[in-house]
Design a binder for this molecule. Structure first.
Ligand SMILES: Cc1ncc(COP(=O)(O)O)c(C=O)c1O
Length: 373
């Protein structure tokens, strides 16, 4: 007998009992310390105007893309934008996916084959893990940012080997020793894939610089964080692009993004080239927060816009976040199982548009909670 309703209610009750029940949040007017809009692009009227002008120039523009990229959903504009973005990152070619989730899913599921090996940092994003799971390759994780642990796994690798890491980790905000990992990948002839979702913006076009790029097989850049838009691109060689068009199911079997989205992304890239002052402001805000917040031992070491105060329990993280929200600050708790048990945290995202007063108030308020611990 089908007993789906019983199954669903049991699972939801379990979630409720463990204090990890997820709900969607409504719009609010709190000070934003939780979005990925690091440079304020998503709310920029100036960027909005650039997008409108470009759309007007391209008229007539269809409201939807009308099909998958391989059928009716492709456009010259999309392909030009892919080349333009790849060029910005100093790469040969790029392929746009409908989201970062889709990009990682397509890349990590299509490239490694049965008999190959995928080695991921243990804190790699769910989209990377899910992609690797969908492949038939052998999978290993290595200890977060730990070269020794990575090398142990590289020694076990069979077939073609792929390493998946992020240049700024989404839940911790820290960065790996990129040059050393690239060197190790070279030593073991492994293809290094770097997700730059949270690095693009604060670090300009990312942390994979001109020297490193020769040692990195592919990069994933998402457009929904500092670029303030939506979607993602995989950048690498021409042949990688051709391969993904042929084998990445999350690219093939989905309706392409509408032109409006592609225009938004292209204009965001144009703006990023002229965003030195916003980036400087963001860097100052990160510095100010790190200086003002006490209890440095509770902070995860991070130079990025993601700053985390670890409080070690779901209940405590929820209580602190609720208190901050009552004081007008939009700060969200990150609970287990999203992060490992014992590392539940308050995750703060800093932005170029946050004022010094807002940041000082946030840090001072956090200090009082930390003191009460
Ligand atoms: C590191 C990383 N990669 C990929 C993604 C997925 O990107 P998107 O939100 O565009 O699906 C995210 C977003 O949460 C992320 O943090």
């Amino acid at each position: 007998m089908v007993n789906t309703e019983h199954f669903i209610s049991k699972k939801l009750q379990e979630r409720q009992a463990s204090g990890t029940y997820r709900t969607l949040k409504q719009d609010n007017t709190l000070v934003d310390f939780c979005s990925n809009d690091y440079l304020g692009f998503a709310r920029s009227a100036e960027l909005g105007n650039l997008i409108d002008k470009e759309i007007a120039r391209l008229q007539p523009v269809k409201n939807g893309s009308t099909g998958s990229r391989l059928l009716s959903g492709n456009s010259n504009y999309t392909e030009e934008t892919e080349s333009y973005i790849a060029g910005m990152h100093g790469c040969e070619a790029g392929l746009i996916f409908n989201s970062g989730y889709d990009a990682n899913l397509g890349l990590f599921s299509s490239l490694p084959q049965r008999g190959d090996t995928v080695i991921l940092d243990e804190l790699a994003h769910a989209s990377i893990i899910d992609g690797a799971r969908l492949s038939f390759a052998n999978r290993y994780t290595f200890k977060h940012n730990d070269l020794h642990s990575l090398e142990e796994k590289l020694k076990l690798a069979k077939g073609n080997c792929y390493i998946g890491i992020e240049s700024v980790y989404s839940m911790d905000g820290d960065s790996p020793p990129l040059a050393a990992i690239a060197a190790l990948a070279g030593l073991y002839n492994a293809a290094l894939i770097v997700d730059e979702a949270h690095a693009v913006g604060l670090y300009g076009f990312g942390l994979v610089d001109n020297t490193l790029k020769k040692k990195v097989f592919a990069r994933v850049v998402t457009f929904g964080k500092a670029l303030g838009s939506h979607g993602a691109i995989v950048i690498g060689s021409y042949s990688l692009r051709e391969y993904l068009i042929n084998f990445a199911r999350s690219f093939i079997y989905t309706t392409a993004a509408p032109l409006h989205q592609i225009v938004s992304v292209k204009m965001a890239y144009r703006r990023l080239q002229h965003s030195a002052s916003a980036i400087e402001k963001l860097k100052n805000n990160i510095r100010l927060f790190k200086q003002t917040v006490d209890k440095k031992n509770l902070l995860i070491a991070s130079e990025s816009a993601i700053q985390c105060v670890v409080v070690n329990s779901n209940d405590k993280a929820i209580a602190i976040a609720q208190n901050l929200q009552k004081k007008g600050l939009d700060v969200r708790p990150i609970l287990s199982p999203t992060v490992p048990k014992g590392s539940e945290r308050i995750r703060i995202c800093l932005h170029s548009f946050n004022t010094s007063e807002e940041i000082t108030f946030l840090a001072d308020t956090l200090n009082t909670f930390a003191d009460a611990k």
